[in-house]
Design a protein around this ligand. Structure first.
Ligand SMILES: [Zn+2]
Length: 82
């Protein structure tokens, strides 16, 4: 099965893919985690999200840029709640 990150749209099979595009919502679209409970700013981490867009049909997928780092941060945020 082809994926949009391999350069082929899974919906329309076009190869017109805009890869690794910056996303934005004024600042940037990102996952945000708090690694320390009850702390508003300290321990806050954000993980940018990039888009892969089929410029033929508009199908779009989002990927966090560093999933392993996100997983480590998520484990820390869970531990802070324990
Ligand atoms: Zn497409």
């Amino acid at each position: 099965m082809s994926t949009i990150r391999e350069g082929i749209c899974p919906q329309c099979h076009s190869r017109e893919i805009l890869a690794n595009a910056e996303t934005t919502e004024q600042d940037t679209l990102a996952v945000q985690l708090y690694e320390e409970a009850g702390v508003q700013l300290r321990g806050r981490r954000t993980f940018p999200i990039k888009a892969w867009i089929c410029t033929h049909c508009g199908y779009t997928e989002f990927y966090v840029t560093n999933p392993q780092d996100l997983a480590r941060s998520y484990r820390r945020s869970l531990a802070s709640l324990a």
